[in-house]
Design a protein around this ligand. Structure first.
Ligand code: HAM
Length: 416
């Protein structure tokens, strides 16, 4: 038997309704915030991610699914959604649309990571990206969309943490101060962080190793180095969040795992799903479009990991609407009534209802049992007497109530 690749998962027929529910709520959020769907390819030129996500990040250095195609081009399965959206925005001249350009996506993403609960090699994201507004209210609106999404799914125990990692100018000053502080402690830190010291010192703040955590506990904080513009932006984001009734905490250690962020960064975290507790991550990235060759364009967005979200919903007993069965099951007994059952099922579907009939040659009793198992709302038996009279009984399975129906009234009864 050929088994599924490590770090991937099947979504089986009996659980796909949960995905459809979550995706439906995501689409409704998108509609309520006037975000339009953007669909970009599952693979892109590798260079997009080297420049977009950043060549000092773990994602680019260790985790990408990169291969040569038959035309000898380096191709990468997208490890996240933002870079592809930015590429498409530039390539398709979306800057000519009315601003801000507000987009969302539901995508598979691929990262070669060590699989564990909530961490897969193929996973899915619901993401939004808003282009064109430099204002702190755009940051707050994006954060409020994530908060409302989680709230509508009945997720209560998540915490919103925010931080600002400044702009190019103030971050350069901070990096210098951070490096000066860290230098004497280099041999107390893990090998990865020693590498990060030169390339991307900010990431050291995010390390989970005990030794590194001890060192960084006393490190200078980015928030104390923000320039006036970044400090005022961050203050206003907080004012807007408060105005929107959104609770948050400031976590000066959030730095995010991707290089494109500027100013606001945020994460929604839960303690109910183990080590991989970040359900949603995002922030502002005012330099990315220019970095990829477009005109300077401010941008802000987030992505929610759908596997982590579903895990959280399951672990906290969040509500899922029941998987719906068909409106009606038509049971036939002999060849003529089975043909009639088939024809009624066709008519009901043609009128917008959902219907089932037997394809397994089951006895009448077994057909009833099956109809019950699949959650049919009504069952109609077409026996000899029904075929003769042209009248049948629709049995409502929830309470056993019977409605007498003439054959010609069946389509209207189940029409939608
Ligand atoms: P990210 O933090 O790398 O950000 O990923 C966002 C979310 O995707 C995470 O919070 C997590 O829920 C989920 N996720 C990431 N890696 C995995 C994995 N291996 N297995 C399962 N779930 C995972 C981004 O991807 C940015 N593009 C977000 C963004 C959009 N920033 C601005 N716009």
């Amino acid at each position: 038997m050929i088994s599924i690749p490590k770090g991937t998962k099947d979504v089986l027929p009996q659980e796909s309704y949960k995905w459809q529910y979550v995706e439906g709520v995501a689409r409704k959020i998108a509609k309520d915030f006037n975000l339009k769907e953007i669909r970009t390819p599952v693979f892109e030129h590798t260079e997009l991610f080297l420049r977009g996500v950043g060549d000092t990040t773990d994602i680019v250095n260790k985790e990408m699914y990169t291969f040569k195609d038959k035309g000898d081009r380096s191709i990468t399965l997208k490890p996240e959604g933002t870079a592809g959206v930015a590429r498409s925005y530039i390539e398709n001249g979306l800057s000519n649309s009315p601003m801000p350009v507000k987009m969302f996506y539901i995508i598979p993403a691929f990262r070669y990571e060590r699989p564990q609960a909530g961490r897969l090699r193929e996973f899915h994201q619901f993401g939004i990206e808003v282009y064109g507004s430099p204002s702190p209210d755009a940051d707050a609106e994006v954060i409020s969309a994530a908060a409302l999404f989680l709230d509508r799914l009945g997720i209560k125990k998540v915490k919103l943490n925010i931080n600002s990692i400044g702009c190019k100018t103030c971050r350069a000053q901070y990096n210098a101060a951070l490096k000066e502080y860290l230098f004497p402690h280099l041999n107390e830190m893990c090998a990865t962080c020693r590498e990060r010291f030169d390339k991307n010192p900010l990431r050291i703040l995010d390390c989970k190793e005990e030794g590194c955590k001890k060192v960084t506990a006393g490190a200078p904080r980015m928030l104390d180095y923000l320039c006036d513009d970044c400090a005022s932006h961050f203050k206003k984001v907080q004012q807007y969040l408060t105005a929107g009734g959104i609770e948050y905490s400031i976590d000066p250690n959030i730095v995010r795992g991707l290089d494109y962020y500027t100013k606001t960064v945020f994460e929604f975290v839960s303690e109910d799903i183990g080590a991989q507790g970040t359900v949603c991550g995002g922030g502002r990235y005012d330099g990315l479009i220019e970095e990829l060759g477009g005109n300077a364009t401010p941008a802000v967005g987030f992505a929610v990991g759908l596997e982590r979200l579903l895990l959280l919903m399951e672990n906290t007993g969040a509500y899922f609407p029941a998987d719906e069965g068909p409106d009606v099951f038509f049971a036939g007994m002999d060849e003529a009534s089975r043909a009639k059952a088939f024809s009624f099922a066709c008519t009901v579907r043609a009128n917008g209802g959902s219907a089932e009939c037997d394809h397994m040659g089951r006895s009448l009793k077994a057909q009833f049992k099956y109809a019950d198992k699949i959650g049919a709302k009504y069952v109609i038996v077409l026996g000899e007497s029904e075929m003769a009279s042209g009248v049948c009984s629709a049995k409502r399975m929830a309470d056993g109530a019977i409605t007498e129906l003439k054959f010609e009234d069946i389509p209207a009864f189940f029409a939608k």
